[in-house]
Write a protein that binds this ligand. Structure first.
Ligand code: S3P
Length: 174
């Protein structure tokens, strides 16, 4: 069976939703950020600081390969995974992709002050940065997504139920 990849902006709930979803489906669970940290023995901010974003993206792409080589896995992807075209191609081929769409205001409330753990939000005006990045990425998320689930104002359980419904409509037995 195909993997299920969760994509979306920082703070859209990919990790929490992914864990619960994998249990409900009896699938394994992989979080690309966590796998990067385990393999490199560095935190994400350390990689950005020591090696820069481009190097981070290379590592992330190799980790995505590894994650998608599984079957019946729920893979929660870092928010910037869609930046590289090769990742978008890989996602389309190897997973049913669910885009967790979240209103920028809610993103800001959830993660706006987490610049110490999310280097890209370590900006003078994190709200403006969220808006800028979302505008840039929204078309890429949509390009890759088989299903779009709006998480704004929804509970974890509501989001998981919506994803399961969307997957059933996609023909997946859940
Ligand atoms: C990033 C999102 C982060 C992490 C890194 C870069 C991005 O993951 O991969 O800080 O470019 O949006 P989350 O979306 O899990 O926070």
């Amino acid at each position: 069976m195909k993997n299920i990849a969760l994509i979306g902006f920082m703070g859209s709930g990919k990790s929490t939703v992914g864990k619960v979803l994998s249990k409900r489906l009896g699938y394994s669970y992989t979080d690309t950020d966590k796998l990067i940290e385990r393999r490199t023995r560095k935190t994400i901010p350390e990689i950005f600081e020591d090696d820069g974003e481009d190097k981070f993206r290379q590592i992330e792409s190799a980790i995505l390969d590894e994650a998608l080589a599984q079957s019946e896995a729920v893979v929660s992807c870092g928010g910037g995974i869609v930046k590289l075209e090769r990742n978008r191609t890989m996602l389309k081929e190897k997973a049913i992709v669910v885009y967790l769409k979240t209103d920028p205001k809610e993103v800001f409330l959830r993660v706006g002050r987490s610049g110490h753990t999310r280097p890209l939000l370590n900006a003078n005006d994190p709200e403006a940065e969220i808006n800028r990045l979302l505008k840039e990425r929204e078309p890429l998320y949509k390009e890759v997504a088989d299903k779009v689930v709006d998480t704004t104002g929804k509970s974890l359980e509501e989001v998981v139920d919506l994803i399961l419904e969307a997957l059933e409509a996609e023909g997946l037995k859940v």
